[in-house]
Ligand binder design. Structure first.
Ligand code: NI
Length: 154
C-alpha cells in the first residue's frame, strides 16, 4: 500500500508506447494495489500505469461501480459516439470537449492473467478508451476538439 506520484503530461513517460505485461506475479499485484491507493487519494475515475512512470500496458478504473483492473487491454469493438467534458489526473485543472464511443467492448486480463471481456457504456466507455490511449502514449489533449475556459466549467 503506497501512494505513487502522478506524473503530469509534461513528463515524457506520458508520450511513450507501453510494453505488454508478461508476469502476473507479486510485483504486478503490488503495482495494482499502489495504483488503487493512488487513484482513490486523487479522487479520479481512471489511472494508467505510465501516469506513475511504469511503461506497461495496464490501467485501473472505478466509475462508481467498483474497481476494475485491466491488464493488456484491447478494444474489440465500439459503437456510437458521445460528447464528453474530459480531464485527466496528469493535466490537473484542465478540461476539454472530446467525442468518444458510447459503447466499448473491451478485452483484458485480470491480475491472475485470466482473460475477460466487458461491455462498457457512457462514462465507463469514455474512461476505458481514455486509459487505453495512455498505453499508446496518447493524452486527451492530443484528441480534444477544444479546451474549455475555466468559466465554461460550471
Ligand atoms: Ni488520463
Amino acid at each position: 500500500m503506497a501512494i505513487r506520484k502522478i506524473l503530469t503530461d509534461k513528463d515524457e513517460a506520458l508520450h511513450k508506447v507501453c510494453r505488454p505485461v508478461e508476469k502476473f506475479d507479486e510485483r504486478l499485484w503490488q503495482l495494482l494495489d499502489d495504483m488503487a491507493d493512488t487513484l482513490q487519494k486523487a479522487d479520479g475515475v481512471g489511472l494508467a500505469a505510465p501516469q506513475i512512470g511504469v511503461l506497461r500496458r495496464l490501467f485501473i478504473m472505478d466509475v462508481g461501480d467498483g474497481l476494475k483492473e485491466c491488464i493488456n487491454p484491447k478494444i474489440l469493438e465500439t459503437k456510437g459516439t458521445q460528447e464528453c467534458v474530459e480531464g485527466c489526473l496528469s493535466s490537473p485543472g484542465e478540461y476539454g470537449l472530446i467525442h468518444r464511443p458510447e459503447i466499448v467492448k473491451l478485452q483484458a486480463q485480470n491480475r491472475d492473467g485470466k482473460f475477460f471481456i466487458v461491455t462498457l457504456e457512457g462514462l465507463a466507455a469514455e474512461c476505458a478508451e481514455h486509459e487505453c490511449d495512455h498505453l499508446d502514449g496518447i493524452v486527451f489533449k492530443d484528441k480534444v476538439e477544444r479546451m474549455l475556459a475555466p468559466d465554461e466549467l460550471k
